[in-house]
Design a protein around this ligand. Structure first.
Ligand code: ATP
Ligand code: ZN
Length: 292
């Protein structure tokens, strides 16, 4: 009889060893109830309570490992997936590591559109994406590949423009640069090997089920409020909820307690409307997991 805990039946997950995606990757696993707290400094760690084995790698290497099947799945930035062009399947957006890949030029220059880059020298760590982008826009420019500190290239005369990851834009600002063109929006995604076997796929489905529950919970809040009964209908009408909201009578005659779930995006607007409609004692609580 096969042992369900032997190595072959474990799902092998590659995450970034250290850097911007590391902590959020580990946190997501933890929120999925997967504990890998022991061994974070090693090359790999076993989860104690889920048949998963975690490899800690450089993010650039993750698509290759997943294509080769050394890892079954990986958490990596979409930007790296597009750059490496490996044969992997992007399965789920993970909601963290959000950034954009942008062209930036020196702040004192006047950007006139993509044609500005014609004949210029562009420094980047993303030569494949940049060259595809320039080609599809009919622009001919020289790409200068550098692996780090791309933002200093124009200042030292190495390039006229750069193409690099941006989140707040403060790094560009500090280097006398301004964002000129967004090439792509990115976030961390789950990628999987193209030929995952049925057993591994089953484990992945269990993991995805948990990831989706965590993501939904992060985007939603549980709300409790008190409403005078004569306002109940109006207040309930404002609440989307998963089904209809829960309504419970309060000890005080003529009042009810209303419980519901609100999406982060519409949250403040609805709270304002609820207050205006006569809701009182509004409590908002985070949701840990959400399964619908
Ligand atoms: P490694 O040592 O693993 O190669 P790295 O230096 O290439 O690390 P990090 O800077 O840690 O990579 O970034 C990892 C990923 O985090 C990026 O590929 C991108 O998807 C995401 N990211 C989110 N925001 C930013 C940002 N402002 N700058 C750079 N990367 C960001
Ligand atoms: Zn990297």
């Amino acid at each position: 009889m096969s042992n369900p805990m032997n190595t072959n039946s474990k799902l092998k997950l590659a995450i970034q060893k250290s850097g911007r995606l590391h902590d959020d990757s580990v946190r997501l696993l933890k929120e999925c109830g997967i504990d890998i707290s022991n061994g974070i400094n090693k090359l790999k760690a076993d989860a104690t309570n889920f048949p998963i084995e975690v490899f800690f790698l450089r993010d650039d290497d993750i698509p290759q490992y997943v294509e080769d099947g050394v890892a079954d799945i990986g958490f990596v930035g979409e930007n790296v997936v597009f750059e490496k062009k490996k044969k992997v399947v992007v399965t789920e957006k993970l909601g963290f590591g959000k950034c954009r890949l942008s062209m930036a030029i020196q702040r004192n220059e006047q950007y006139t559109g993509i044609g500005f880059l014609q004949g210029k020298k562009i420094a980047t760590s993303y030569p494949v994406i940049v060259s595809d982008y320039l080609k599809s826009n009919g622009v001919d420019a020289e790409i200068h590949e550098i692996s780090g500190s791309v933002e200093i290239a124009p200042g030292i005369g190495l390039a006229d423009a750069i193409c690099d990851l941006v989140s707040s834009g403060s790094t560009l600002f500090m280097n006398g640069l301004k964002e000129a063109e967004i090439i792509l929006q990115s976030q961390a995604v789950l990628i999987k090997n193209d030929g995952l076997g049925a057993g591994k796929q089953q484990l992945l489905d269990r993991l995805l089920f948990r990831i989706q529950a965590v993501k939904k919970a992060r985007n939603n809040k549980y709300i409790l409020l008190n409403a005078p009964n004569h306002k109940l209908k109006e207040i309930i009408g404002l609440l989307p909820g998963m089904k209809s909201p829960t309504v419970l009578p309060l000890a005080e005659e003529g009042w009810s307690s209303v419980h519901s779930v609100l999406n982060e995006n519409e949250f403040w607007e609805i709270i304002e409307q609820l207050k205006a409609a006569g809701a009182q004692g509004i409590l908002v609580v985070p949701i840990e997991k959400m399964i619908i």
